[in-house]
Design a protein around this ligand. Structure first.
Ligand code: EPU
Length: 417
């Protein structure tokens, strides 16, 4: 097992380039199943979750070749074989195999997904969508079996604007007969990215990025080439790290529009921000104001950045309240930060954070974003070495994390336990 070792206290300086979005990539790869010829994906992040998805597609019979950040997927030989166990259990996003296989073969058996389990994460809205399209969905010994004689378009109102359910319904509905309307759809940029790929494959999807998405089913989808959008969560993590270490960092290859909630919060704290077309410069300062943060669905402040933000708020003067309205108990990073000297208490779905100096400690990442929060906390500590275990979680969402931080001047390295 590996751990990250950090000697903090150095202001980050320089430029970091952001990779393609993880949460797009892990929906786009299964989406390629729906095509009848080769799909080329560019700007893929080099992440363990992406590698697992390539394995899943190969197990089904696809030919997958990878060169740097490009992946070529030839789905012509794919079959819908049952996948109750194995790689599908390693990833939460393996639920996208349900929508993709159902769309193409009208049948799928997929083991219930694994992934970052910071709290119960139901998939009832995905199932509601599949059923509305005419599928029978049963849970057979922990595997979801889906079958439809025919998929027919339907009007589906999502009880919660779920990213996963919106994408899964788009996948299946793009090959259904007739029109599908998703109301209260999620509006995250990753939804638009998936719709863009599907449309390039010949699908007819309108309204992605708004709360109403209309899909006209088609009988065939073909190959295409698609470049993945930059990872807004990775970008936000480096923005927070730059501010927390009171550094001066240019975050390159970003879409500033996707970062608005993050940028606004940093400005409110007193961080200086300069925006260019595809980059954002973050200039930290010695004193930050405490602020309140509400994690909401897009375009609100992203829940995936609330754990890293908690670490930054320990560096503010006064008391901040950070509430998560997407996940009610995503606070597994808090006890670890408290071990580092943070003054934080959790009340309901909020963390109340009092500014304090952090000290070095041995801490454990229990999920991906909690891991990012601990690394940022470690980078602020002025004396001693912070040890972060649970690196396998961090590797799921941040490629070249150590290399990037080292290039920005941080003293961070990997050790094997
Ligand atoms: N929800 C339901 N029923 C459902 C689906 C969701 O009640 O059928 C609830 C969830 O419990 C949650 C809310 O709806 O309270 C939103 O969940 P959503 O479905 O949007 O999340 P997801 O699709 O499972 C994706 C990302 C997460 C990210 C969320 C929110 C992937 C694989 N995961 O999850 O990313 O936190 O959207 O933006 O795309 C991460 O990257 O660290 C991560 C966890």
């Amino acid at each position: 097992m590996e751990k990250l070792m950090i000697t903090g206290g150095r202001p980050l300086q320089g430029t970091v380039s952001i990779s393609g979005a993880k949460n797009s990539a892990i929906a786009l790869i299964p989406a390629t199943i729906l095509a009848d010829s080769e799909v080329v994906l560019d700007n893929l992040p080099l992440l363990s979750d992406v590698a697992v998805f390539a394995d899943i597609l190969e197990e089904l019979g696809a030919k997958v070749t990878r060169e740097g950040s490009q992946m070529r997927i030839d789905p012509t030989q794919i079959k819908s074989i049952p996948m109750p166990n194995g790689s599908v259990k390693k990833l939460r996003a393996s639920y996208y195999m349900m929508g993709a296989l159902l769309g193409k073969f009208k049948e799928a058996t997929i083991g219930l997904p694994g992934g970052c389990n910071f709290e119960p994460r139901p998939i009832d809205q995905h199932i509601k969508g599949f059923e509305a399209l005419g599928a029978t969905v049963t849970n057979e010994h922990g595997s979801i079996h889906l079958y439809a004689k025919e998929l027919r378009g339907a009007k589906i109102y999502l009880d919660v604007s779920s990213v996963g359910a919106t994408i899964n319904i788009m996948l299946a509905a793009s090959r259904a007969k007739g029109s599908t309307i998703i109301e209260n759809a999620a509006k995250e940029p990753e939804i638009i990215d998936v719709a863009t790929l599907l449309n390039s494959m010949g699908a007819v999807i309108k309204g992605a990025g708004t709360e109403t998405i209309r899909i006209e089913g088609v009988s065939e989808l073909h190959g295409c080439r698609h470049s993945i959008i930059p990872d807004r969560i990775q970008a936000g993590t480096y923005m927070i790290a730059a501010a927390a270490t009171r550094g001066d960092v240019v975050i390159d290859n970003v879409i500033p529009k996707h970062m608005e909630a993050m940028t606004a919060k940093l400005l409110e704290m007193g961080v200086r921000i300069e925006e260019l077309d595809e980059s954002i410069r973050v200039i930290g300062c010695s004193n930050y104001e405490a602020v309140d943060v509400k994690a909401l669905v897009y375009p609100g402040f992203p829940t995936d950045l609330q754990s890293p933000m908690t670490s930054l708020l320990t560096q503010a003067d006064g008391v901040s309240v950070l509430s998560d309205f997407v996940y009610s108990s995503r606070f597994k990073h808090v006890p670890e930060l408290v071990r580092m000297g943070a003054k934080i208490r959790v009340e309901g779905r909020s963390a109340i954070i009092e500014g304090s100096r952090l000290n070095a400690a041995k801490v454990k990442a229990t999920d991906l974003r909690a891991g990012a929060a601990l690394v940022i906390a470690g980078l602020t500590v002025e004396e001693g070495i912070t040890e972060v275990s649970g690196v396998e979680f961090i590797d799921r969402g941040y490629d070249f994390l150590v290399e990037n931080f080292r290039r920005l001047g941080a003293d961070i390295w990997r050790e094997t336990e």
